[in-house]
Design a protein around this ligand. Sequence first.
Ligand SMILES: Cc1cc2nc3c(=O)[nH]c(=O)nc-3n(C[C@H](O)[C@H](O)[C@H](O)COP(=O)(O)OP(=O)(O)OC[C@H]3O[C@@H](n4cnc5c(N)ncnc54)[C@H](O)[C@@H]3O)c2cc1C
Ligand code: FES
Length: 275
Amino acid sequence: MVYPRSIDPRRIVRIVDNKFEASNIRTIFFEDALCRKARPGQYLMAWIPGVDEVPLSLSTIDHNGLSAVTVKAVGKGTEALCEMRSGEYLGVRGPYGNWFNLVKGRIMIVGGGTGLAPLLPLTKALVELGSEVSFIAGGATKDDVLHLSEIQMLLNEQRHNLIVTTDDGSYGRGGTATDAFQDLLEGEENFDMIYSCGPEPMMRKVFDLSESHGLQLQVCMERIVHCSLGLCGSCVIGRFRVCKDGLILSSKQLREVADEFGVFKRGLDGRKTYF
Ligand SMILES: Cc1cc2nc3c(=O)[nH]c(=O)nc-3n(C[C@H](O)[C@H](O)[C@H](O)COP(=O)(O)OP(=O)(O)OC[C@H]3O[C@@H](n4cnc5c(N)ncnc54)[C@H](O)[C@@H]3O)c2cc1C
Ligand code: FES
């Protein structure tokens, strides 16, 4: 998806709220006319003044209100962003990238860790469309299952199904999100579309399981994103530039890059890094 330059200028937005999610995770709410028009699956480049610029998925898209990103502090950029308070200012570019193709029908969503962030606006849109949503939300511990109460609220109807998994068994079902996905498929559940976002090896397992059951998949891919404009090549997978051709890649596109997807990516220095 190519955007006219006129709609992606860098701009300064005011932080309206910094919500505690877990000890190292915050949701940063801000007001911005362009992010308000974003579609589920899109991301922005957040510039933390004097520190760095980092890519982040939009976790809240309210067409009439606030937008938000949910950030895990893993380094200097994300740590500084998590510490920013209401009333402080942030630079943003975007929204960038393509978006999830919304399908009405029986839907399965498999998410893990910070990958749950873009799945929140997706779930909202699918529920509004009238889809029947099964959602497997995984994390290492309960704290890592982002947006759990928001997801529970959205799926608070009998036709939906929410399964929470934690690696340490501290909440929900013990084990991984992909174990739960495999069990559902072996129980001969059928779905019109699978959506997934999370660590790439997790999405690879979701891809392999979907392929073996003849199910269509859309993944929200994260690679190293620097320019976000298709110029620097840091985000490349096969012939795709994730920042521009993605973040959302379909089953057909994933088949093309099957020797790379979940196997290796380009590291910060551009070299191959194996998962
Ligand atoms: C499209 C996209 C969407 C993302 N959405 C989210 C989100 O919603 N929430 C969230 O918490 N995180 C998200 N991330 C990851 C986030 O961008 C990185 O954690 C962040 O850039 C790290 O920067 P840092 O300065 O804090 O840490 P650094 O010390 O610079 O790096 C720590 C680690 O983060 C990763 N990283 C560093 N720079 C980048 C980069 N430019 N692009 C991708 N990964 C990088 C590397 O693995 C690195 O080892 C997303 C990444 C991408 C590419
Ligand atoms: S981030 Fe530069 S080409 Fe994708």
